[in-house]
Design a protein around this ligand. Structure first.
Ligand SMILES: *Cc1c(COP(=O)(O)O)cnc(C)c1O
Length: 415
């Protein structure tokens, strides 16, 4: 009987022979044959902005109304007085450090899992990264490991008895870079309490989450400087571009002076600002649509083994640029993350590996506090789903869930 019908005839989850060939990577029909949507989307308002900039000649000028208008709109959006538009998010992180006067001899705390450019930004100003581990459930900075990092090693609380100079009070660690990554929110209220206690300046990287709210306050406004990106994949996109914003007049002034080389050396162009304005006007509405789609998808993934969404303990409203998932290959037939990515991409889903992280950086370039176990885990097992599909109808979101579930089911069956 077995021999005659074969395991395959019984259907999943009984046989590798039936489930495996159905995956697109094994020649089956993709769950999303249309593939992932492209980004940026074709958008009438952007087209009109481009045509208007062409008609009035502002597209070709050093100065015009758009950069100023964008700076004003971003200031209003973030309820902050000062905005410095610039050439990229990567540079904006460096500029923010310069705004805050961070430089040679200073140490800057950074998550062991973060955007690679943020490590470089610290080095670029002549400072030294001090790496701290991330939270196990959402792979963003967390108060507990940060407190340990500040208490261990050479770091003394600002209240240390007998300290005389400001420098002595501060120690070498002068600043903290906090990113909100992959739909995760860093717990800013707790982190800012620590920053206050240890007299740290804070750069808040919201390149992945413009418009997010953390504990009743816009992300990016908790710290001393907020940082935005307008890169080609980002939610607000001009192909390139970025901005720093701050409530400190002196920080703003320092940043402006750094950029002034006779001409603005790291500018955002009029044309870039022109296409960003209509996107900013629709950001809140789109963030809400992406959030609803992300929640729908995560609900679907609750029944899928091996894929666990990141969890936010901080109250607020996350924004999805990349939707982060923890990958557990052990429950998926021992398959690697790379295998999963290849199979999901073949199904038509824009999913990829997260950042490489800094857990393996040597002591010549940075100081490491603790074992960075979670940062390492994040680097090895994080999956990120790219955002454009989150603006698609619920039916498409469900097919994304189906595609991931299909790969997982096939591998559970085969393992
Ligand atoms: C994209 C990104 C940046 C840098 O932005 P670019 O404009 O692409 O240089 C910085 N930080 C984070 C967390 C990002 O995701």
């Amino acid at each position: 009987m077995w021999q005659k019908v074969g395991l395959a005839a019984l259907g999943p989850p009984y046989g590798l022979s039936i489930s495996m060939p159905h995956l697109a990577i094994n020649g089956g029909k993709p769950t999303l044959p249309e593939g992932p949507p492209s980004w940026p989307r074709a958008e009438d308002a952007v087209r009109e902005a481009l045509l208007a900039a062409l008609a009035d000649g502002s597209w070709g000028r050093y100065r015009g109304p758009h950069v100023e208008r964008l700076a004003a709109a971003l200031a209003e959006f973030h309820q902050t007085p000062f905005v410095l538009p610039c050439c990229s998010g990567t540079f904006a992180v460096e500029l923010a450090l310069r705004c805050l006067g961070i430089g040679v001899g200073d140490e800057v705390l950074l998550a062991g899992y973060d955007y690679p450019g943020n490590f470089r930004a610290i080095e670029a100003v002549g400072a030294r990264p001090v790496l701290v581990d991330v939270a196990h459930d959402n792979w963003n900075l967390d108060a507990e490991p940060l407190r340990r990092a500040l208490s261990e090693g050479n770091r003394q609380p600002a209240t240390r008895a007998g300290a005389t100079s400001e420098k002595e009070l501060r120690g070498a660690i002068r600043a903290l870079i906090v990113s909100h990554l992959h739909g995760g929110l860093a717990p800013m209220r707790e982190l800012m309490q620590l920053a206050d206690e240890f007299k740290l300046l804070v750069v808040e990287d919201i390149c992945q989450c413009p418009g997010a709210m953390v504990d009743g306050r816009p992300a990016g406004t908790w710290g001393d400087c907020g940082v935005l990106s307008f890169g080609g994949s980002k939610l607000l996109s001009a192909g390139r571009g970025g901005a720093v914003f701050t409530r400190h007049a002196d920080a703003f002034q320092r940043g402006k002076i750094f950029c002034e080389h006779g001409n603005h050396a790291f500018p955002l162009s009029e044309l870039q600002a022109a296409v960003l304005l209509p996107q900013l006007a629709r950001l809140a509405e789109r963030n809400a649509a992406r959030l609803a789609a992300a929640e729908r998808l995560m609900l679907r993934l609750r029944d899928v083994p091996g894929l666990t969404p990141l969890v936010n303990r901080a109250a607020g409203s996350p924004v999805y640029y990349k939707l982060g998932l923890k990958y557990d290959g052990q429950v998926l037939g021992g398959r690697s993350r790379a295998d999963f990515i290849a199979a999901a991409q073949a199904e038509g889903v824009a999913i990829d590996a997260g950042f490489r992280g800094f857990a393996l950086r040597g002591p010549r370039r940075c100081r490491i506090v603790g074992d960075l176990a979670e940062s390492r885990r994040a680097a090895e097992t994080c999956l990120v789903l790219h955002h454009p599909v989150l603006l698609e109808p619920a039916e498409t979101i469900d097919r994304v869930g189906d595609a991931l579930a299909r790969v997982a089911a096939a591998w559970v069956a085969s393992g």
